[in-house]
Design a protein around this ligand. Sequence first.
Ligand code: HMG
Ligand code: MG
Length: 298
Amino acid sequence: ALPSKVRIIDVGPRDGLQNEKQIVPPEVKIGLIERLERAGLREIEVTSFVSPKWVPQMADNAQVMAGLVRKPGVRYSVLVPNMKGFEAALAAQPDEIVVFASASEAFSQKNINCSIAESIERFAPVVEAARAEGIAVRGAMSCTVGCPYEGEVAPAQVAHLAGLLKQVGVQRVDVADTIGVGTPLRVQRAIEAALKHFDVDDVSGHFHDTYGQGVSNTYAALQLGVWNFQSSVAGLGGCPYAKGATGNVATEDVVYLLHGLGIETGIDLERLVDAAEYISGFLQRPSNSRTGTAIARQ
Ligand code: HMG
Ligand code: MG
C-alpha cells in the first residue's frame, strides 16, 4: 500500500533560486516563503551558508533568515558545507541543517571542492556541533542515479555514501537525482541503497525534472514506502555545478499526484499556485509546473 500521508519540503527558496541569474532580493525570498507557509508547507529549505564566491545568489542568507517571521510548526532548514558555514548558520537559528555530499567523486570535487571522504571529515564536526545545539541534521546525497561528469552512478556508491553519513550522525537523508536523468526503476535502486542504512521514515526523494520524470519517480518512491519529498514551487531551479540540469519537480505537480492518489499533504493547491505566480511574476517567466499552469488558466 502507498503511504497515507506525505510531507513535502519546498526547496524553492534555496535549490530553486540558487542558480538564478537575476538578483532576487531578500524581501522577495521572504515573500515567497510566507506564501509557501500560507499554502500549508511545514518544511521549507530557506537558504545556504556556502561561499558567496561560489554561489552569489545565497549571499543574503543571514538577511533572509533574520527577516522571516517564524511560524510555529514550520521547520526551516539551511544548507551548510563546513564549520565556517555552520557558525554563520547557528547565529540564524535554523531548525535543521543540511550537509550535502555526492555519490560521485567528480561531482563532489566540482560542487564542494573536495573528495567524498574529505567531505565526510568536514561534516563530522558540523554534525556533532549541530546535534549538541539541538539542531536536526539531514544529509543530501547528490548524483544518486547519474552524474554530469561521470555518467551512470551505481547503487553501491549510494549505499556507501549513506553508510558514511549514518556513521557521522546524520539523522535522515535525501536521495537526489541532481540532473534529473533517473527513471522509476533506477530511482528505486538508489532508494533501496539508502534504505540499507536509514529507516524508510528517514529517507526522502529529491528529483529534478530535466527529463520530465519527476512525477513518475515520486510515484516509484511512494511504492517503496517513502513519504518525504523535496520539490520546488513552480519547478524553479537547478544546481550551478550541474550544467544543463533543470529545476526540481514542481511542488504543484507532486501535490496534484498525491491528492489524486488520496494521499494527505496538508497543502492547498490553489494557494500554492498563488506562491508560484508570485515568484514567476518577479522572475518574469512562466511557471515550469504543468499543474500550476493548468490551474492558473481556469
Ligand atoms: P573552497 O574554496 O575549497 O573553501 O570552497 P576554502 O575553505 O578553501 O575557503 C575559501 C574561501 O571561502 C575563504 O575565503 C573562506 O573563508 C570562504 P577567503 O579567505 O578566500 O576570503 N568560505 C566560506 N564563506 C562563507 N561560507 C562558507 C565558507 N566556507 C569557506 N561556508 C566550499 C569550499 C564548500 C566553501 C565551496 O565549494 C562552496 O561554497 N560550495 C557550495 C556549492 C553549492 O552551494 N552548491 C549548490 C548546493 S548543492 C545542490 O544544489 C544539490 C542538492 O540540491 C541535492 C541535489 O539535487 O543533488 C542539495
Ligand atoms: Mg537539488
